[in-house]
Design a protein around this ligand. Structure first.
Ligand SMILES: Cc1cc2nc3c(=O)[nH]c(=O)nc-3n(C[C@H](O)[C@H](O)[C@H](O)COP(=O)(O)OP(=O)(O)OC[C@H]3O[C@@H](n4cnc5c(N)ncnc54)[C@H](O)[C@@H]3O)c2cc1C
Length: 432
């Protein structure tokens, strides 16, 4: 049986991995050359702690408030677009305590499954992607964020996750460079991190060695449908006049932020918006961070790898474009010394934070990617409404790296009509 996967991000590659393992003859089509997409420059967090979906109480009000701050970590570019309107209305409708309650268990199960599968990948293959199981620290400076985070910690414990609450003194021992007035932090011990660039560089090679056919620079342009099924997938190859057609038994749509356009071509509709985020990577940082962490008030994340430190944040909901909003990048960079003042002594950071220079070198210094953001903050994993052989695997928003392997496993299980390793009903793409 032939499976065709559209998209070579972490979700498409993971789907190809488990489909091939289950005996499918897999072809993966990727419009780029597999050297960059949203799955490369992210923070690499594997985050069971992030079981609260983006659509949660308070998010809409906070989002509106942030829209008026040009340095804020969240921004919606208001546009009179039908897809954005529908997405926004569903997002508002989903931002309820009941939704958060319902989502928590399925999300934790999927996240923990994914972490287990990352362990298997690290143990079974010749891939080295720096899986580090040290947890993730959430720092807060204000009463408001302390209360919120302690509430999240309490829910996490109820769900069986391990958390440790750390006061000022304990934090100073763990991270001596932290500002002494940071109120406290929560260590989510089940969290881990990987080096996403290393993983994404090695995974295509591993798949090809196993017999997956990968067509790079190949864009899916249309589908031929009959009797409620996709019969043909049309593609064109960049730089050539070549185009072609494949006749798979199963199609997996894992095209990240580009998925709605393809779903529409297949006669389906998908509520999903691109959420642009930025990251910057310091090479050979002078100060060493011991833990990956999130600076809660600023929504800025920091990931330390040997010899590198990545700083990332921002969710710009709107459209897919190459514009870098420097005011938001500045907002990210200004937040770091508010928690780690010593970083200002780092020549690499000083160079990065020099806005005059950054303006000229933004393309080289600032990476960006488009998160595929679903309308209720949960991924879409399951069969499409209008095509019996089309599986959708997207909408992972801030958790695509965390959920890659588990999504791939579920895709293969659904494709094989097997029961799934964890319940998948919450992720049904036809839930709205
Ligand atoms: C700043 C930032 C930090 C993040 N940090 C984390 C983190 O720490 N942990 C975490 O879990 N997640 C994180 N994320 C989110 C994560 O990166 C994404 O959820 C994930 O990469 C999405 O993967 P994907 O495979 O769905 O999409 P992508 O990686 O975007 O892949 C989709 C692919 O489909 C291809 N494609 C599109 N259209 C077509 C077509 N017509 N034909 C063929 N190919 C096509 C695209 O070229 C692309 O390569 C972060 C994101 C950002 C921006």
């Amino acid at each position: 049986m032939k499976a065709l996967v559209i998209g070579g991000g972490i979700i498409g590659l993971s789907s190809a991995y488990y489909l091939q393992k289950d005996g499918w003859q897999v072809t993966l089509l990727e419009k780029g050359d597999l050297t960059d997409n949203c799955s490369f420059g992210n923070m690499g967090y594997i985050s069971p702690s992030h079981f609260i979906p983006l659509a949660a109480p308070g998010m809409v009000e906070q989002g509106i408030f942030w829209m008026f701050d040009r340095k804020s970590p969240f921004y919606i570019r208001p546009q009179l677009r039908w897809d954005m309107l529908r997405w926004g209305l569903q997002f508002i409708r989903s931002s309820t305590p009941a939704h958060v309650e319902r989502a928590a268990r399925p999300m934790v199960d999927l996240l923990l499954l994914s972490k287990q599968l990352f362990r298997e990948w690290a143990a079974e293959h010749e891939m080295e992607f720096g899986l580090t199981e040290r947890g993730c620290l959430m720092y807060y400076q204000t009463d408001k964020y302390e209360k919120q985070e302690l509430e999240t910690a309490r829910k996490a414990e109820q769900l069986g996750l391990q958390v440790e609450l750390l006061g000022r003194e304990q934090l100073q021992t763990i991270e001596p460079d932290l500002r002494p007035d940071v109120r406290g932090g929560v260590l989510f011990k089940d969290d881990a991190h990987v080096d996403p660039n290393a993983l994404m560089q090695q995974l295509p090679g591993l798949l090809e060695r196993k017999g997956v056919r990968i067509l790079r620079n190949t864009t899916v342009t249309d589908f031929g449908r009959r009797d409620g099924e996709i019969r043909t997938v049309r593609y064109s190859t960049a730089g050539t006049a070549a185009s072609g057609e494949l006749e798979p038994d199963l199609v997996v749509l894992a095209a990240g932020a580009w998925s709605p356009k393809l779903a529409k071509l297949a006669g389906d509709s998908m509520l999903l918006m691109p959420g642009k985020g930025y990251s910057m990577t310091l090479e050979r940082p002078v100060k060493k961070l011991h833990y990956p962490c999130i600076l809660l008030e600023a929504k800025v994340a920091l990931t330390p790898w040997p010899g590198r430190l990545r700083i990332g944040s921002t969710m710009e909901i709107g459209s897919i474009n190459n514009r870098i909003l420097l005011s938001r990048v500045q907002g990210i960079l200004e937040a770091v010394p508010r928690f780690f003042p010593g970083i200002q002594d780092d020549p690499g950071f000083r160079e990065l934070a020099d806005m005059g220079q950054l303006r000229n070198q933004a393309r080289e210094q600032v990476w960006f990617g488009f998160r595929p953001v679903s309308a209720d903050g949960l991924p879409y994993i399951g069969f499409s409404r209008n095509n019996s052989n089309l599986l959708l695997a997207t909408g992972h928003a801030m958790l695509g790296m965390s959920l890659g392997p588990a999504t791939g496993k579920l895709v293969a299980e659904l494709a094989g009509n097997k029961s799934t390793s964890v319940p998948a009903a919450a992720f049904d793409p036809n839930r709205f």
